[in-house]
Design a protein around this ligand. Structure first.
Ligand SMILES: Nc1ncnc2c1ncn2[C@@H]1O[C@H](COP(=O)(O)OP(=O)(O)O)[C@@H](O)[C@H]1O
Ligand code: SF4
Ligand SMILES: [Mg+2]
Length: 371
């Protein structure tokens, strides 16, 4: 059996134990709820593929909030949609409850689609403008055969109440609500079928910062009350830090770094994560500030098109530390410390002096200088 390390979240001077990380570098929150293995989603043709998701593996543990971050176009939404079978996968496996959900059909797929729900950035787009909110919620309950006909209105009112909306809103139409209220309605609709896993795709990106905090707090409360597990997609690292236990950093369809949220903020090892942290303005208007105070390279240019294959490290075209080795050889995602994985040839050096000293020495002359 692998040794288990205690993991700590820094809160000022306090250190609070909040979980464990196994020696194999994976989070240890209990049972694995969702296991994604080498998932690929390619668009375009076989000869000219657009590699939106290009071999992604990770596990979501029961009860955790796993963040998925990266710039726009990195493949986050495609990954979330493929996991929920809203987008066909090109290759790979997605295990939930013992079966590969990419290969189930009929009733089994219907059950999975109840257990795993999506929360969208713009719930307005998925709400029927001609249906009242009460009507929309009772429709979901009817489709999924929840409760008896007479009970459904009361169930819909209870759902609204659980997301902080008054039952008086039942007879109003989507256009009568603010962005924050619509997101609450979207969350209520997802909760109608008692899901275990919620994939939230940038659920607060379109909202004002003060409203963002309210929705994030609601999601946290609901997670506690219902024992929910989240895969939380965002491009804003301050938002992810506020709500997530662990983080996956995605670049050009691949995971380039993963680890406990506080660890990644304190000691990011991949130049892309470091640049993302620098690029994000401190959000202390209600959300926790990054507060790192360190100077790092700011991310320049856009994510390259996934239709053009990049030899070597996918980040080398934008990385300030790229070497000939980076341009020639693709780094694999490897464990650099318990619970911390990085896909960079020089991760130990970027991680700083406290860990991986031996590995830095082993790099020899090929290692770049880091200022
Ligand atoms: N249906 C599609 N057809 C072709 N390309 C697509 C399709 N959906 C997404 N893409 C491309 O896949 C890449 C990843 O997109 P997406 O998953 O939306 O990224 P993100 O959510 O991180 O912004 C982008 O380059 C996007 O243009
Ligand atoms: S492998 Fe090279 S190009 Fe890629 S992130 Fe590391 S230093 Fe940069
Ligand atoms: Mg997206």
């Amino acid at each position: 059996m692998s040794r288990v390390y205690a993991r700590y979240r820094q809160r000022g001077d306090e250190e609070e134990s909040f979980g464990e990380v196994t020696e194999d570098g994976r989070g240890h929150y209990g049972r694995a709820l969702l296991e994604v293995e080498d998932l690929k989603v390619h668009f375009g043709s076989h000869r000219h593929p657009i590699r939106a998701v290009d071999g992604v593996s990770f596990t979501v543990y029961e009860g955790e909030c796993l963040g998925l971050v990266g710039e726009s176009g990195c493949g986050k939404s495609t990954l979330g949609r493929a996991v929920l079978r809203l987008e066909p996968a090109t290759a790979g496996r997605v295990r939930y409850g013992g079966s590969d959900v990419l290969r189930i059909e009929g009733e089994a797929l219907q059950r999975y689609r109840e257990k795993a729900q999506m929360i969208f950035q713009d719930p307005y787009g998925s709400l029927n403008p001609r249906l009242t909110i009460g009507g929309a919620l009772t429709e979901v309950l009817t489709v999924h055969k929840r409760g008896h006909r007479r009970e459904r209105r009361a169930m819909a009112e209870a759902l609204l109440d659980s997301v902080g909306l008054d039952a008086a809103y039942m007879d109003r139409y989507p256009h009568e609500f603010s962005g924050g209220q619509r997101q609450r309605i979207g969350i209520a609709r997802s909760l109608a079928v008692n899901p275990s896993l919620l994939i939230a795709d940038e659920p607060v990106s379109a909202l004002d910062v003060s409203v963002q905090v309210q929705i994030l707090n609601l999601l946290k409360d609901l997670q506690r009350q219902h024992g929910l597990t989240y895969l939380f997609v965002a491009h804003d690292l301050a938002v992810v830090r506020y709500i997530c236990d662990r983080i996956l950093v995605m670049y050009l369809g691949r995971i380039v770094e993963s680890g406990a949220a506080e660890r990644l903020y304190a000691r990011p090892a991949h130049p892309y994560t470091q640049a993302l942290l620098t690029s994000v303005p401190d959000v202390d208007r209600g959300l926790q500030s990054r507060g790192s105070g360190r100077r790092r390279a700011v991310l320049k240019g856009d994510v390259p098109s996934p239709s053009v294959e990049i030899k070597g490290c996918p980040f080398h075209t934008r990385c300030p530390h790229a070497t000939d080795e980076c341009r020639a050889r693709t780094p694999s995602l490897r464990t650099v410390a318990p619970g911390h994985q990085v896909a960079c040839h020089y991760a130990e050096r970027f991680l700083g002096p406290a860990e991986g000293v031996g590995a830095v020495e082993a790099l020899g002359d090929a290692s770049p200088s880091v200022g």
